[in-house]
Ligand binder design. Structure first.
Ligand SMILES: Cc1cc2nc3c(=O)[nH]c(=O)nc-3n(C[C@H](O)[C@H](O)[C@H](O)COP(=O)(O)OP(=O)(O)OC[C@H]3O[C@@H](n4cnc5c(N)ncnc54)[C@H](O)[C@@H]3O)c2cc1C
Length: 478
C-alpha cells in the first residue's frame, strides 16, 4: 500500500499499517518528515522548528503515537501555565489538591490579571459546560454558533473574554472567537480543563521537531516498507475511468492495493481529477474549508533575558514566548548552538493582521512588547531574528465547518484520506492529524477484512466528575 504525505497523519497511518503487516511505501515531497510539525536547519547550522508545537495531556492519540515510535521520552510535560499582563501582574494555572473539576480553582481564584467580576462570569460559564457535560444545547443552532456568540449569551465581561477565553482558544484553535465554532471551544475546556485533572498539562518537545520522527522510518522499513523523500506525487492515473495508480515526475508511475492520501486539503483538491470530485460529494467541497495563519518570530539574544520556560502575554500581539534555550537544552542547561546567549520563539496564532506586514516591522513590534514584559531585553543585544509566516497553518474552525470535512473512507474502494482536516471531531492539531491517520488505517483494514483498532479513548473523567458520570451511567445502565 502507498501513503502520500509524511506529516503526522501520513506517518500515523503508515506506522499503524506497517504494524498490521502491510508493506508500506510512503512518498513525501520534501527532504524531511513531519509536514507542518517539523524543523529544519538554517544555513548557519541553527535548528528551528517550523513553529513551536505543544501538546496537552488530553491528546491521547498523539501520546500513543509518540510511544509507538519511541519519541515519548522527548516530550517534557509542564503542570504550571504562566501568564503576564501589560501591568506586570503575573497569573498561574496549576492543579491543586482538589479533584476535578475543581483542581484549578485555587490558582484561578488567585489569578491576578482577572478581577472578581471577571472570575465570577467565567465560573458561571464553566458551570454551564459542566452541567451539560460539555454539550450545551445551543451549540448546534443553525449548524453551529460562534464562540463569541456563546460567550455573549453567558454575559461574559470584556476582560473575561479578552484575558481568558480568547487567550486560551485563539492559541488552541488558531482562529478569532467570532469565527470559531463554539463546539470546538467548549470541547477544549471540557477535555483539557474540566473533566480530568491532567488534561491541561502542556507537553513541549525537548528536541527539534524533525528529530521526533526517526522511529517512523525505522518502523516502516523494519516491516520491509520504504520512506521515499523528495518525491512529490503529481497526479492520479485514470484508466477506463477508474483510479489506477499515481503519477510522479519523469513519467514514473506507481500502483498499489490501497492508497492513503495524507496531504493538506488544498493540495488534494489540486491532485484529484474533476470527475472523481463530481462523483463523490465528500470530495466536492474541499474548497469550502478555509485556512487560518500562524506567525512565528525567532529571536536570538546575546545573553539570557528570560528565566521561565514559557510565558503567555495578555493584551499584546505576541501571544506566547517560548524559551527555546531552556526547553531544547543539553545536559548543561545551555542551548547547543549558542551557549552564551538565549533563543526565544514567539507565537502569534490567527495572525491575519501580520500577513501583509514586512518582517522587520513584525520584529520591531514584538521587541517592543518584550521590552515591557522582560526588562532584561533592554540591556541585551539582538544577534539575529527570523519570521516564519504560515498563511495556511491550519483549517479555520468556522461555525459549521465539520459538514465539509470528509471521512477517511471514500467511495473509491482503494482510496483513503488522512489529514487534520478530515472528519475527526478535533480541530487542526497534531492530535487531530494522528487521529485521522489511525482512522484511515482502521478503515483500510476493515475494508480488507482484517479489522483492528488504533484510536485511543479520551482521558477518563476523574475526581468528582468521574464519580458523577459513573453514577449516572450506572443509573441508566450505559
Ligand atoms: C505554525 C504552526 C503552528 C502549529 N502549532 C501547533 C501546536 O502547537 N500544537 C498542535 O497540536 N498543532 C499545531 N499546529 C498544527 C499541526 O502542525 C497540524 O495540525 C499537523 O501537523 C497536520 O498534520 P498533517 O499530517 O495533517 O498535515 P501536514 O503536516 O501538512 O502533512 C502533509 C504532508 O504532505 C506532504 N505533501 C503535500 N503534497 C504532497 C505531494 N503531492 N506528494 C507528496 N507529499 C506531499 C507535505 O510536504 C507534508 O509533509 C501548528 C501548525 C502550524 C503551521
Amino acid at each position: 500500500m502507498i501513503v502520500i504525505g509524511g506529516g503526522l497523519a501520513g506517518l500515523a497511518a503508515g506506522v499503524a499499517l506497517a504494524e498490521s503487516g502491510w508493506r508500506v511505501r510512503l512518498f513525501e515531497q520534501r527532504p524531511f518528515l513531519g509536514g507542518r510539525a517539523t524543523s529544519y536547519v538554517l544555513p548557519d547550522g541553527q535548528h528551528v522548528d517550523n513553529c513551536q508545537h505543544v501538546t496537552l495531556g488530553c491528546c491521547t492519540n498523539l501520546e500513543d503515537f509518540y510511544r509507538r515510535i519511541g519519541a515519548a521520552g522527548k516530550i517534557t510535560f509542564f503542570d504550571r501555565l504562566l501568564f503576564l499582563d501589560p501591568q506586570g501582574r503575573r497569573g498561574e494555572m496549576h492543579a491543586g489538591r482538589w479533584p476535578a473539576p475543581f483542581h484549578l480553582t485555587w490558582s484561578f481564584a488567585a489569578f491576578r490579571p482577572l478581577t472578581l467580576p471577571d472570575k465570577l462570569s467565567i465560573a458561571r460559564a464553566m458551570l454551564d459546560i459542566l452541567r451539560t457535560k460539555g454539550k450545551p444545547p445551543d451549540l448546534l443552532e443553525n449548524g453551529g454558533i460562534s464562540m463569541l456568540e456563546w460567550l455573549r449569551r453567558r454575559r461574559q465581561t470584556k476582560d473575561a473574554i479578552e484575558r481568558f477565553w480568547r487567550v486560551v482558544l485563539v492559541s488552541a484553535l488558531d482562529e478569532e472567537l467570532a469565527r470559531t465554532d463554539a463546539r470546538f471551544g467548549i470541547d477544549v475546556f471540557w477535555k483539557a480543563f474540566l473533566s480530568n485533572s491532567t488534561g491541561y498539562r502542556m507537553g513541549v518537545p525537548a528536541v527539534p521537531l524533525a528529530n521526533l520522527y526517526d522511529g517512523c522510518k525505522s518502523e516502516i522499513e523494519r516491516r520491509s516498507g520504504e520512506v521515499v523523500l523528495r518525491t512529490p506525487v503529481r497526479g492520479l492515473k485514470i484508466e477506463n475511468g477508474a483510479f489506477a495508480g499515481l503519477r510522479f515526475d519523469e513519467g514514473r508511475e506507481e500502483t498499489a492495493d490501497a492508497y492513503v492520501f495524507a496531504v493538506p486539503h488544498t493540495e488534494l483538491g489540486d491532485l484529484l481529477p474533476q470527475s472523481m470530485k463530481q462523483s463523490d460529494p465528500a470530495l466536492a467541497n474541499l474548497d469550502k474549508i478555509n485556512v487560518a495563519p500562524i506567525t512565528g518570530v525567532h529571536l536570538w539574544f546575546d545573553r539570557p533575558v528570560m528565566a521561565d520556560p514559557f510565558l503567555t502575554l495578555l493584551n499584546t500581539t505576541t501571544q506566547w514566548i517560548f524559551n527555546k534555550s531552556a526547553l531544547c537544552a543539553d545536559s548543561h542547561g545551555k542551548e547547543k548552538g549558542d551557549p552564551a546567549g538565549q533563543y526565544l520563539q514567539l507565537v502569534i496564532s490567527a495572525s491575519y493582521d501580520l500577513l501583509q506586514k514586512p518582517r522587520q516591522e513584525i520584529i520591531d513590534l514584538c521587541l517592543g512588547e518584550l521590552w515591557e514584559a522582560l526588562p532584561a531585553v533592554r540591556d541585551a543585544e539582538l544577534v539575529k531574528a527570523t519570521v516564519i509566516k504560515e498563511a495556511a497553518a491550519t483549517f479555520s474552525p468556522e461555525p459549521g465547518v465539520d459538514r465539509w470535512r470528509p471521512r477517511q473512507q471514500t467511495s473509491v474502494p482503494s482510496l483513503f484520506l488522512a489529514g487534520d482536516w478530515t472528519a475527526t471531531g478535533w480541530p487542526a492539531t497534531m492530535e487531530g492529524a494522528v487521529r485521522s491517520g489511525y482512522l484511515a488505517a482502521e478503515a483500510l483494514l476493515r475494508s480488507a477484512g482484517t479489522p483492528r483498532r488504533f484510536l485511543q479513548p479520551d482521558l477518563e473523567p476523574d475526581g468528582f466528575i468521574g464519580m458523577w458520570l459513573g453514577r449516572q451511567s450506572a443509573a441508566t445502565g450505559n
